[in-house]
Design a protein around this ligand. Structure first.
Ligand SMILES: [Zn+2]
Length: 235
């Protein structure tokens, strides 16, 4: 793996003029914790590249959400990515991303109201690096965090929060309340927030889940019984 990373870094450093993320990097699968390096020339506009990076990691969070859904949990997933940057040569720098934890909603499984995907991934990330201060780490979550998870992200000193779909009922970044404005953290008020990454996909997985759950609320016979009762009342 290290050899692959080294080769990848060398390849990218020698061919950075196009600034395209290499397809090989995009295709990497998330089974294990991985260290991934890319090299980006300094001084160029990076908005589009940053968006691609966010989308790639959000796709991994979406896989966690899908797995939660398969276990009849509300499908929300999260991952924590550690980011490092170092200058490698004149006008170039190398970015390294390490996925240090993955988490999914486990409230029903664990009978624990605090086992939201973000909480699970934050706790796991701190254990993974033996440090609760997750400086230079990004929390990716498929849904806008609730007040508990947003506060936890601050407590864990997360540097950047990236989320997918807005949460109309509990979203604490901007949709339900704006906790970052209302209650500024005394020691950590510099968390950068990016919302709306893979918004449609992250929203759809929730809508589909609740639609299926409503359908399965009544067994086929029960629905027929309700319809029979309705029909019998018609004149
Ligand atoms: Zn939460």
């Amino acid at each position: 793996m290290m050899l692959l990373i080294s080769l990848l870094s060398i390849l990218l450093i020698s061919n950075t003029s196009s600034l395209r993320l290499p397809p090989l990097w995009i295709k990497l699968k998330p089974q294990n914790h991985r260290t991934i390096s890319i090299s980006i020339p300094k001084g160029l506009k990076r908005e589009e590249e940053l968006k691609k990076i966010h989308e790639t990691f959000m796709d991994l969070a979406l896989i966690q959400a899908q797995e939660a859904g398969k276990r009849a949990e509300v499908p929300i997933g999260a991952i924590v990515v550690m980011e490092r940057e170092k200058k490698t040569m004149e006008n170039h720098y190398e970015k390294t991303f390490q996925i240090i934890s993955k988490g999914q909603n486990e409230v029903e499984t664990l009978k624990d109201a605090s086992a939201h995907a973000e909480m699970q991934s934050l706790r796991s990330a701190a254990k993974s690096i033996h440090n609760w201060r997750l400086h230079n780490a990004t929390l990716y979550t498929t849904l806008e965090p609730c007040p508990m998870c947003l506060s936890a992200a601050q407590a864990f000193r997360i540097s950047k929060l990236v989320y997918g779909a807005p949460d109309l009922r509990l979203g604490a970044v901007e949709t339900h309340i704006n906790l970052l404005e209302i209650a500024r953290h005394p020691f950590h008020n510099t968390m950068e927030v990016v919302g709306g990454i893979r918004k449609e996909e992250c929203g759809k997985i929730m809508v589909d889940f609740f639609r299926e759950r409503r359908k399965s609320k009544y067994k086929v016979g029960e629905i027929k019984g309700i319809e029979d009762a309705r029909n019998s009342k018609k004149p």
